[in-house]
Every structure is written in structure tokens, then in C-alpha cells.
Ligand binder design. Structure first.
Ligand code: PLP
Length: 390
């Protein structure tokens, strides 16, 4: 029987041990083994294959329709283990121009030391991609909704381009989650997540996920087993628990973010709002056709410089002043000081990430309360623009 995602997040992959409704934590580093077992099958926490990993992976693979899933010690562990499996010395990767700062730094600072080169491409302009291909290109890498400008590329075209040119297509689906986009159904080979964000949803663990065909996931698992980026059983338990409310949380966050984005876009003290759910967003039509929801993150700029943006952040009361996203609580940050602090300032400016850009990762609070709070903070820092006062 095939069920809707809302049912699958609850029931997929579950096992009842001793009748326990919640799968317990197996706090054991290693497990008894037979004499003939292969290295990757020895049950050991570093090998990400204890009962807590297995039950979690069984649920995760159903949520994105994958043959296999691997949970990892962080989103970056999922990203780095995947790229270091698919790419070797002399290879080339095509990566979307604006990416999460950690991924961008890994591609530009770390991969070259392994003899792996890269070029960036504009995921919204398929006509420009072929000229960036090299004989050594092996991988094309995108994010479903990019961080922090919320751009949505021509995702289906990326998967088709990869098939046409024999590349492995990899997508970071963190911002969308399987509720808003299921990349493997649209032809992507590998979907990655920082499960730290929406999949867990409670800002209390760091974790990652790799989803794809068994052959790919097995190779990545083998590499990760050497790199050591494992998830401990207690974090597996928390992620497993968090997943059960994924559909509820993400749908609420889609609604809340849309309400907040519309409010900000009408406010005279706000000069720019980046949210793909707004009709004026450059990728709105593409996002509408490809995604089931626009996600819970938006970014915006006020009339004023970085100091005004910082004052505004400090005046807000509900949002927690912290990096990251995907938790039940609204978080607010300036990407230039957190997620994209590692990127050279010049590069940030070239990509359109100004020092005054504010990112809001909307939680599941009451949307009217969030709007009221943002409104009072706006009034405090841009009073001349509110209510027609001089
Ligand atoms: N991918 C995206 C889109 C992110 O925003 C982040 C972190 O902010 C990561 C990956 C890295 O995940 P983690 O912090 O779990 O390693």
C-alpha cells in the first residue's frame, strides 16, 4: 500500500521491539558478530549501522523514494563524504554559484588540495552550462533553494543535463525537505541534507543524510567509514523522533514564511525581500512549477546599512539571534557574520550577499505574533518610513 508523506513520516521503517512504540536507544559501540562478516557490515557506531541507524535510514529512504539512505555526523559530513567519493585527483565539479558557505569553502579551499577543480554556474541559465563542461567533469552540484538568496534554479534541467553528459547530479535538499521537493523523482542521482535543520527540527543535534541508489550510497558509506563522520545513537533517536513531525512543521513554516515575506515586502522600511513564494521573486514561476512549497527561510534588506540591520535584529524579541535554520523557533542572523562568514567579502558582494542582508528562518510560532514583532522592530529603526512620518 502506498501512503501519503504525512503517514510515512510516522510509520515508514518503524520496528516494534518488545512492543515499544518509540524505538529505543541502543547505547552500545559494538555488537556481536560472526566470523565471516565484511568490514562495512561489522556493527559499530562509526560504521553508522547499529539498530538506531538502520531504523532511521529505513524511514528516510521512503521519504524521498530512495533505494538507500545513509545518516552521517553532520550535513558537512554528508556533503564532503559524497564529493570525496565521486571525485578523484584530476576530476572537475560544476557547482551552483551561490551555495551554503561551508560547501562553497570546501569546493574552493579543500578540493583543490586533492587535485579536484571546479567551476561555478548559474543554475537559472541552462544555455550557459555546456560551455563550462570539461572532459574531466564528473559531478554537477546544486541546492534546491539556495542559501541565503533563496534562488531556485532550473532543477529538472540540471538532472537532465547530468544524464545527457554522464555526470552524477547531486542536490542539497536541506531547505526544501521531502515535503517540498523529492529530487530523486525528478532525476537527481543523490540528495543530501543537513538533518540539523528541518529533518530534525528542534535545534538540538547536528546530523546529515545521503539518499540515492544503493550502489552510490554503498560507495559513500565505505568512504565515510574511513573518514569517521558517524552519528551517535542518541542523536539518531532524536532525529528519528523529530522526523515524525516533519510534515506538520514544514507546512506550517511554508505558511508562516509566506505571511512574513508578504508583510515585509509591503513595508516601506524594507527595500528587498528574497522569498520564492513572492510573485516578484525572479524564480517564482520556476519555483511554483517545481516545488510543492517555498520553504521557511527568507532574507531581506532594510533601507539602511549593516548597522541599521544589526540594530533591527537586536530590537526583535521573538526570533533567536542565532545562525542555522529549520528549528521550531524563528532564528535571525546576518549571513555575512555567520553562515557565509568564511567566504571572502569581495566574493560575497559579487554574489549579491550584502553585509546588510538579514536572513530569517521562520519557525512554527503564530504568524501574527511574528509580524507584530518584526513591525515594532522596523518602527524602531526606520521610523521615518512608517505611517508617513517625515
Ligand atoms: N547545507 C545547507 C544548505 C546548510 O544550510 C548547512 C548548514 O547551515 C549545511 C549544509 C551544513 O550542515 P551541518 O551544519 O549540519 O554540517
Amino acid at each position: 500500500m502506498s501512503h501519503q508523506l504525512d503517514t510515512q513520516v510516522i510509520h515508514a521503517g518503524e520496528r516494534r521491539l518488545e512492543g515499544a512504540v518509540a524505538f529505543p536507544i541502543f547505547q552500545s559501540a559494538m555488537f556481536e558478530t560472526g566470523p565471516e562478516v565484511r568490514y562495512d557490515d561489522i556493527r559499530y557506531i562509526r560504521l553508522n549501522n547499529t539498530p538506531n541507524h538502520a531504523v532511521l535510514e529505513a524511514k528516510l529512504k521512503v521519504l524521498e523514494g530512495a533505494e538507500a539512505a545513509l545518516v552521517t555526523g553532520s550535513g558537512m559530513a554528508a556533503i564532503t563524504a559524497t564529493l570525496l567519493t565521486l571525485l578523484s585527483q584530476g576530476d572537475h565539479v560544476l557547482a551552483q554559484g551561490v551555495l551554503y558557505g561551508g560547501t562553497h569553502s570546501f569546493i574552493t579551499e579543500d578540493l583543490p588540495s586533492f587535485g579536484i577543480s571546479h567551476d561555478f554556474f548559474d543554475a537559472a541559465r541552462p544555455e550557459t552550462w555546456a560551455s563550462k563542461l570539461k572532459a574531466s567533469t564528473r559531478v554537477i552540484y546544486v541546492e534546491t533553494i539556495s542559501n541565503p538568496l533563496l534562488r531556485v534554479g532550473d532543477l529538472h534541467a540540471v538532472a537532465a543535463f547530468a544524464r545527457e553528459h554522464g555526470l552524477v547530479s547531486v542536490i542539497d535538499n536541506t531547505f526544501a525537505t521531502p515535503i517540498n521537493y523529492r529530487p530523486l523523482e525528478h532525476g537527481f542521482d543523490i540528495s543530501l541534507h543537513s538533518a540539523t535543520k528541518y529533518l530534525n527540527g528542534h535545534s538540538d543535534i547536528v546530523a546529515g543524510v545521503v539518499l540515492g541508489r544503493s550502489a552510490h550510497v554503498q560507495r559513500i558509506t565505505h568512504r565515510l567509514n574511513h573518514l569517521g563522520g558517524c552519528l551517535d545513537p542518541h542523536a539518531c533517536f532524536l532525529l528519528h523522533r523529530g522526523l515524525k513531525t516533519l510534515a506538520l512543521r514544514v507546512r506550517r513554516q511554508n505558511l508562516n514564511a509566506q505571511t512574513v515575506a508578504e508583510y515585509l515586502s509591503r513595508h516601506p522600511g524594507v527595500v528587498k525581500v528574497n522569498y520564492p513564494g513572492l510573485a516578484g521573486h525572479p524564480d517564482h514561476e520556476r519555483a511554483r512549477h517545481q516545488l510543492k512549497g517555498f520553504g521557511g527561510v527568507l532574507s531581506f534588506e532594510l533601507a539602511g546599512d549593516a548597522a541599521v540591520a544589526q540594530r533591527f535584529i537586536e530590537k526583535t524579541e521573538l526570533p533567536v539571534k542565532a545562525p542555522s535554520l529549520g528549528g521550531v523557533e524563528t532564528l535571525i542572523t546576518r549571513p555575512c557574520t555567520t553562515s557565509h562568514a568564511g567566504m571572502p567579502a569581495e566574493e560575497r558582494r559579487r554574489l549579491g550577499i550584502s553585509d546588510a542582508l538579514i536572513r530569517l528562518a521562520v519557525g512554527i510560532e503564530d504568524a501574527a505574533d511574528l509580524v507584530e514583532d518584526l513591525g515594532q522592530a522596523l518602527e524602531a529603526v526606520t521610523p521615518h518610513t512608517v505611517g508617513g512620518r517625515p
